[in-house]
Write a protein that binds this ligand. Structure first.
Ligand code: S3P
Length: 180
């Protein structure tokens, strides 16, 4: 058993962090929080317009602030953005304050699930596949470094993946803090 006051989902775009996360949060009675959504509310701007106005560096700064604020709390399931693990401080905080789950997705699943998505600034290019491949190569070790548990999401629906993850979490993770 691995005790922690929050559950944290990491993994690439299109792994299902939000759709699986919502279901798992419900099963364990946790508050579901999507970090990107929180950043958008705080900034009063969409992720796309944040990237447009302050660039990726400005977005990462906001992302760091959001994770620090959110992870100070407890009893939450926090779905992080795919690039949140790039920052060493974020990784440390996730491990300190959460049981971290790495949701894996192969390139084919990512491309299928992301479809014609227009909300993710890093994917608004012709060579989407290449971008995703390069990101995976660079980020995979970081996801592995931070994760307490990893789970494949290829070939199953969000509902199926959520049930499977719930079973594994029930065996491996224990909620701590006032919400327990
Ligand atoms: C990003 C992933 C996005 C969002 C932003 C950058 C990334 O979140 O944070 O567009 O660097 O992989 P999702 O993983 O929820 O799509």
């Amino acid at each position: 058993m691995n005790p922690a006051p929050n559950l944290v989902l990491v993994g690439p775009m299109g792994a299902g962090k939000t759709s699986i996360g919502r279901r798992v949060a419900e099963r364990f009675g946790l508050a579901f929080v999507d970090a990107d959504h929180f950043i958008e509310q705080r900034s009063g701007a969409t992720i796309a317009s944040i990237f447009e106005h302050v660039g990726e560096a400005g977005f990462r700064e906001r992302e760091r602030g959001a994770l620090a604020e959110l992870l100070a709390g407890e009893g939450q399931l926090l779905a992080t953005g795919g690039g949140a693990v790039l920052d060493a401080g974020n990784r440390r905080l996730m491990r300190e304050r959460g049981f971290v789950v790495y949701l894996r997705a192969g390139l084919e699943s990512q491309l299928r699930r992301l479809g014609r998505d227009r909300t993710r600034p890093l994917l608004q290019r012709e060579d989407r596949e290449q971008v995703l491949r390069e990101m995976a190569a660079f980020r995979e070790p970081l996801y592995c470094e931070v994760a307490d548990l990893s789970m494949d999401t290829d070939g199953c629906t969000a509902a199926e993946a959520a049930v499977r993850l719930g079973t594994q979490l029930a065996e491996r993770w224990q909620l701590t803090g006032a919400a327990a």
